[in-house]
Design a protein around this ligand. Structure first.
Ligand code: SAM
Length: 305
């Protein structure tokens, strides 16, 4: 079995999940994802037995309804997706618009899954009235229902019986965390989230987020945060402040599409911040290897360690 990803989602951490998991202490108790999206880190942690309980949360209610169904009624949601997908045959373009209109009147989880499978870059976008307005990718028909069914059942198998699903603001979720938990946070891209982020419902201000991290530190709760990034020398987003005492690691996320288009060979790095409580509980060796930023080294140490 490979790690199943039933929900296509722009911004998913699936490609670098292995490197992020490397910093989960052995036998973590509960892994909490307050900004779960497609839950790439929880799926990978369940797959590699890196945690035994999971709490998925995202402010997008329909997305979390979809997660609850994937986990607890996998066959139902797989069948609903299959029905929608098959009905598009021969009329894909107009059918997408029809489902999008229906979704905007009544946002159901099966419609969301179909829209994500078919829309440009698997990127949900909302207009200023909160209506989904992303166009279809006309080159793709969306994941075949047989493949989708397999992914849904595999994800359910990994998470069922050990996962809670909620849809609240991240601060509500943090309030219930304890020092026995490990929190992984991947808030929306800062550049746009301070105002309205068309890619996501909700948003996160830098100041509020820093205040929340400071509180977690005071409570000695372990956390990891994906926040800013870098392509070559260009930093994307604002770094988290020094006073939080976080360890900032850079994870190689591959060649940036933009840089490749411009004929440059610059790689993109994503920052991963470890809280002081977490850094104390994992081996110095792991952190030093990561700080030396050698991808081969990370690959070698990842998962098996
Ligand atoms: C970058 S995505 C997370 C992607 C995720 N790590 C994955 O692998 O798919 C950020 C998520 O934060 C959610 N979000 C935005 N504002 C939020 C808030 N105030 N509280 C909780 N979730 C929020 C968005 O709906 C979005 O799904």
């Amino acid at each position: 079995m490979i790690i199943p990803h039933p929900i296509p989602y722009q911004g998913s951490k699936r490609n670098i999940a292995k490197h992020i998991l490397h910093f989960l202490p052995k036998n973590s108790g509960k892994l909490i994802e307050p900004f779960a999206g497609s839950a790439a880190i929880s799926l990978a942690a369940a797959y590699y037995n890196k945690a035994n309980r999971f709490a998925l949360n995202d402010i997008n209610h329909t997305l979390m309804d979809l997660w609850a169904e994937i986990i607890n009624q996998p066959e139902d949601i797989a069948t609903k997706y299959e029905v929608i997908w098959k009905n598009q045959k021969g009329n894909e373009r107009a059918y997408y618009d029809l489902i999008r209109d229906k979704f905007n009147d009544d946002p159901t989880s099966d419609r969301l899954l179909y829209l994500l499978a078919r829309c440009v870059k698997a990127s949900i976008r909302y207009n200023s009235f909160g209506k989904f307005n992303q166009s279809p990718d006309n080159r793709r028909k969306g994941t075949h229902p047989d493949t989708m069914r397999n992914r849904i059942h595999a994800a359910s198998w990994l998470l069922r019986g050990k996962t809670t699903v909620s849809s609240k603001d991240y601060r509500e979720v943090l309030k219930n965390a304890t020092p026995q938990d490990l929190i992984y946070m991947d808030p929306p891209y800062q550049g746009v989230s301070i105002n309205r982020d068309p890619r996501y419902i909700g948003g996160v201000s830098y100041e509020d987020f820093v205040e929340s991290l400071n509180w977690l530190n005071k409570m000695k709760i372990s956390f990891m945060v994906s926040y800013d990034g870098r392509t070559g020398k260009k930093i994307h987003g604002r770094l988290l402040p020094e006073f939080l005492g976080l360890t900032r690691i850079e994870i190689e996320a591959g060649r940036s599409t933009q840089a490749t288009l411009l004929g440059s060979a610059e790689d993109t790095y994503e920052s991963l911040y470890l809280s002081p409580a977490l850094a104390d509980s994992i081996s110095r060796k792991s952190i030093e290897a990561a700080l030396s930023r050698k991808k081969e080294q990370l690959d070698f140490l990842a998962i098996s360690s």
